[in-house]
Ligand binder design. Structure first.
Ligand SMILES: CC(C)(COP(=O)(O)OP(=O)(O)OC[C@H]1O[C@@H](n2cnc3c(N)ncnc32)[C@H](O)[C@@H]1OP(=O)(O)O)[C@@H](O)C(=O)NCCC(=O)NCCSC(=O)C[C@H](O)C(=O)O
Ligand SMILES: [Mg+2]
Length: 284
């Protein structure tokens, strides 16, 4: 699949220590999987999990889902061995936690070579250096780590995420400036469907490409929230048609549903249709 159009609506964390979950993910309609060697895996299980994961990926069966492996930090006792192992795995990308600046990515790239890198954005320094991190040539995507960030900021969890908005905004600006994928943080209350829907809608409206998830019950909510709706697809088609017609009669502006449509709106409409097509190509 062309990486420029790959959807990242639903990005599910799976602890690499859980073979049952690793297997279940082969049948889940997620756009991407983060195979986790870091926080979801206890110190006692770290080394064995590396082997379990390498075997699961070698076995395959993950179809079109992007396979991203989150390693432990390179300043931990497991990080370097994780990175060396991932470089040999059937993975599409490596995800580095707690990235403070581009030098962290340089250090990882020395081990993982050409493998695309994703960065966990979850430290105060990472927020301040977001633009330089996004500019790193090996960086493909950013993942908000809102749990670690809340801990570092001593911020409280609120439904409106007011304490997070500065950080979310800084990372979004950085990712968009450098044309990187960026996915929102997890919603911890995985049985709260309505709360997840609200947070997905907020992230989508801010410009995130999708949401990271911790449980299969969250997948449908994210897939729905981050896909163009039927109404949006219909509007995009009508905007493109109306603008083409306006252009043919020498006008630079069309009007659809009482709102102006200019070239820039047509670009957005075309992106909406391209995203809908990419989702359909994945099987919906
Ligand atoms: C939260 C959980 C511990 C709940 O687990 P469990 O009690 O086993 O859930 P269920 O019994 O409801 O599970 C039903 C079936 O679904 C499978 N399952 C569960 N979770 C996953 C998953 N993530 N991926 C794939 N499959 C999953 C179970 O195996 C059951 O299958 P079956 O038996 O065949 O029916 C658990 O969901 C979990 O561990 N989730 C992941 C937690 C995690 O990854 N945490 C780390 C990432 S969050 C983070 O670190 C963010 C960031 O760094 C930050 O700072 O914010
Ligand atoms: Mg974290």
């Amino acid at each position: 699949m062309d990486p420029r159009f790959r959807p990242y609506r639903s990005v599910l964390y799976i602890p690499a220590s859980k073979p049952r979950a690793l297997d279940k993910a082969r049948g889940l309609p997620v756009d991407a999987i983060i195979f986790d060697l870091e926080d979801a895996v206890s110190p006692e299980e770290k080394t064995a999990s590396r082997g379990i994961l390498a075997e699961a990926l070698a076995q395959g069966g993950y179809g079109n889902r992007a396979r991203i492996v989150r390693i432990n930090g390179l300043d931990t006792e497991w990080g370097r061995a994780d990175a060396e192992a991932v470089a040999k795995m059937e993975a599409d990308a490596v995800l580095l936690p707690k990235v403070d600046g581009p030098a962290d990515l340089d250090e990882l790239a020395e081990i993982t070579g050409d493998l695309p890198i994703w960065a966990m954005m979850e430290t105060p320094l990472g927020m301040l250096n977001a633009a330089a991190i996004a500019a790193h040539p090996k960086l493909q995507g950013m993942v908000m780590g809102t749990n670690d960030l809340a801990k570092e900021l001593n911020a409280r969890f609120r439904a409106d995420r007011l304490p997070m908005l500065t950080s979310l905004g800084l990372c979004l600006l950085a990712a968009k400036a450098h044309d990187r994928v960026i996915v929102d943080g997890v919603y911890n209350a995985y049985k709260d469907e309505a709360g997840l829907a609200e947070e997905c809608a907020q992230g989508r409206d801010m410009g995130f490409d999708g949401k990271t998830l911790i449980h299969p019950a969250q997948v449908d909510g994210a897939n729905t929230a981050f896909a163009p709706s039927e109404a949006e697809i219909d509007l995009a088609r009508r905007q493109i048609a109306a603008f083409d017609q306006a252009k043919a009669s020498g006008q630079g502006v069309a009007v659809v549903d009482g709102r102006i449509v200019e070239n820039l709106h047509v670009e957005t409409a075309q992106k909406t249709l391209a995203k809908a097509e990419a989702i359909a190509a994945l099987g919906g």
